[in-house]
Design a protein around this ligand. Structure first.
Ligand code: AMP
Length: 328
């Protein structure tokens, strides 16, 4: 079934001389890896076409991969095929000119509450968008070209979106594709050093998170990171947002939350929700967010909303524990 989509997408790509690739705002390893990887595959395969990756924000975390392209005039958009990768909703597309494109393709693995695009290939059970780009390539292997750089980009997103192959893997093909990509010549030592070494300040910040984390009666762990704390530890917003991954391994705490003050005029706070066994996307959706069953994001406007969200998470967990066994 999904093979049909990978073929249809390739057919569409062949129809256009100009392709503009886009992804979600506040990008992570998967958003950057999938789009830079796709751009490289298309550039190698169709040297006569103009393949651009255009967005309005960047990621420091994966800046070792490659920079994106400069914006182009509206007239170029109007004759281009737009491909949006890893972006569940239209509001989250980083490039706000997406609607100028002649046709739009959505390639995504988030829960599909708000479909968009002239052609939409969504597989919610895929562990990463990069895995879908890998599938797109391997389904069309005879017609497409790849190199070790594209393989590295795609592998990066597969690694980062699954917490090094720990979460969300439901298909044997995740490992099959990872293995095939490795064979293309990925320098994993260097990649993991980029991804998983920390600065001295970051480790000090980790200690701060452990000192300030809290837990509710039923086991929701959470931490709030003010702008002042972000400044004190000399962190970018992205680095500060890693707090959610520091508190992921508390036994019996099946939901954990990171609240990171954004420092904007509206005084919003970014919420990162993570879980095991129990789903959290329905909680995120109540607070202007969404995402995956076990990894979602939301936005709140004040401390009252923060308490409401924590209460809802706590009630959700209480119910889950009451009706289910074998959680850890
Ligand atoms: P994050 O905590 O930002 O890494 O987000 C976890 C997952 O939820 C990612 O797959 C995001 O794309 C998605 N997500 C984050 N924020 C939102 C939002 N406001 N609306 C919909 N999905 C979101």
């Amino acid at each position: 079934m999904s093979k049909k989509y990978t073929k249809l997408i390739l057919e569409k790509i062949k129809e256009y001389d100009s392709i503009i690739i886009m992804r979600h705002t506040r990008p992570d390893g998967d958003a950057v890896g999938s789009t830079v990887g796709l751009r490289q595959i298309l550039r190698l395969s169709f040297p006569e076409k103009k393949i651009r990756l255009i967005n309005s924000d960047y990621s420091d975390y994966v800046s070792f991969i490659e920079k994106e392209d400069k914006d182009v005039s509206d007239s170029i958009y109007k004759k281009s095929l737009g491909i949006v990768v890893d972006t569940g909703t239209i509001e989250r597309i980083s490039n706000k000119k997406y609607n100028l494109c002649k046709e739009l393709i959505k390639i995504d693995h988030h829960i599909d509450n708000s479909p968009y695009g002239d052609l939409s290939w969504v597989e919610e059970n895929r562990a990463s968008a990069c895995e879908m780009i890998a599938k797109f390539f391997f389904d069309n292997e005879k017609e497409l070209k790849i190199d070790s750089f594209a393989a590295t980009c795609i592998y990066t997103g597969m690694v980062t979106d699954t917490g090094r192959f720990k979460y969300g893997i439901e298909e044997a093909s995740s490992f099959e594709y990872a293995g095939k990509l490795i064979e293309l010549g990925i320098d994993t030592e260097s990649l993991y050093a980029h991804l998983y070494t920390s600065s001295f300040d970051e480790l000090k910040y980790k200690a701060y998170v452990y000192k300030n984390m809290k837990i509710t009666e039923n086991g929701v762990a959470y931490v709030y990171i003010s702008r002042a704390a972000q400044k004190k530890y000399n962190l970018t917003h992205e680095e500060a947002s890693n707090c959610v991954s520091f508190i992921e391994n508390i036994r019996g705490s099946l939901i954990w939350l990171g609240f990171i003050e954004n420092g904007d005029k509206e005084k919003t706070t970014r919420v990162r929700l993570r879980s095991r066994f129990v789903t959290v996307n329905q909680i995120a959706e109540k607070f202007r967010g969404g995402g995956h069953a076990r990894a979602s994001g939301a936005t709140i406007y004040n401390k009252e909303e923060m308490n409401e969200l924590i209460d809802l998470a706590d009630k959700t967990l209480k119910e889950y524990k009451k009706h289910n066994k074998n959680w850890i």
